[in-house]
Design a protein around this ligand. Structure first.
Ligand SMILES: [Zn+2]
Ligand SMILES: [Zn+2]
Length: 244
């Protein structure tokens, strides 16, 4: 299987170490035809962009690079954070509407929409590390939050589902299949991705295999994701960045 794009990379505008130009150059070096700059939304604590308008600055910068890298199509998106128990994201629709693609995902540390949400969502997720019943309860809450996001926004990709903050792969896959939202196989983090791939296959949801690169060196480093979907015989035509 061959992939033509990496739809999830970070730059110095959020918590990445490379500039947009460095990420695009790295993608060209890997022979990719497309790469997306998808920095964190503004509410991620210690990782987010300065403000929602930062994405417009990135867009301008990336547009100015088009002539330097004619072989790579560079997209500008965001990896928005889910900031409430009903799935609100940390970006306004005015900004989302100007992006080439929208990734959304659960992250453990963010500025919540309301204090109540911080209590019923962030803190119990930390507590979930302690007890099995708390973990089951929070898995439900996380799943509900992500489903809220999937149904309220036009999300292209759910980033790293089931990483650190557990969510029900089957329910997620079912919702994503109905909304044409892809589930991510994230090669930048080590965690169990099999359940997500199996659930996507069962429910007919699409996948995206992305690096989540925070360094230019790992842009397009997608081999472990390819190996996983090949081992599980997931069809290439259901992977949004696969050549088929
Ligand atoms: Zn993330
Ligand atoms: Zn990311």
């Amino acid at each position: 299987m061959k992939l033509f794009a990496d739809y999830h990379t970070h730059t110095t505008y959020s918590d990445g170490r490379g500039t947009p130009a460095e990420n695009i150059r790295a993608a060209a070096g890997r022979g990719l035809a497309a790469v997306a700059i998808t920095d964190h939304g503004p509410r991620g604590i210690g990782i987010g962009v300065a403000g929602p308008e930062t994405f417009l600055t990135i867009k301008e910068e990336v547009a100015g690079l088009a002539d330097s890298f004619p072989e790579v199509r560079a997209l500008v998106g965001a990896e928005a954070a889910v900031i409430s128990s009903d799935g609100r994201l940390d970006l306004p629709e005015e900004i989302i509407g100007q992006l080439d693609l929208l990734l959304a995902g659960l992250h453990p540390y963010y500025v919540p929409d309301r204090l109540g949400d911080a209590l019923c969502y962030t803190l119990p997720n930390l507590a979930a590390k302690l007890s099995r019943s708390a973990r089951a309860k929070m898995r439900n809450a996380n799943t509900k939050a992500l489903l809220g996001t999937v149904y309220s926004y036009r999300v292209d990709i759910i980033s790293h589902p089931d990483l650190m903050l557990p969510a029900d792969p089957d329910e997620l896959a079912r919702a994503c299949a109905g909304r044409e939202t892809a589930l991510e196989v994230n090669t930048g983090h080590h965690y169990n991705k099999e359940e997500i791939v199996r659930a996507a296959a069962y429910r007919g949801a699409r996948l995206a295999i992305n690096s989540d690169a925070h360094y230019p060196e790992t842009v397009g480093d997608l081999a472990s994701g390819i190996a996983l979907v090949e081992r599980l015989r997931f069809p290439a035509e259901m992977i949004i960045n696969a050549v088929h």
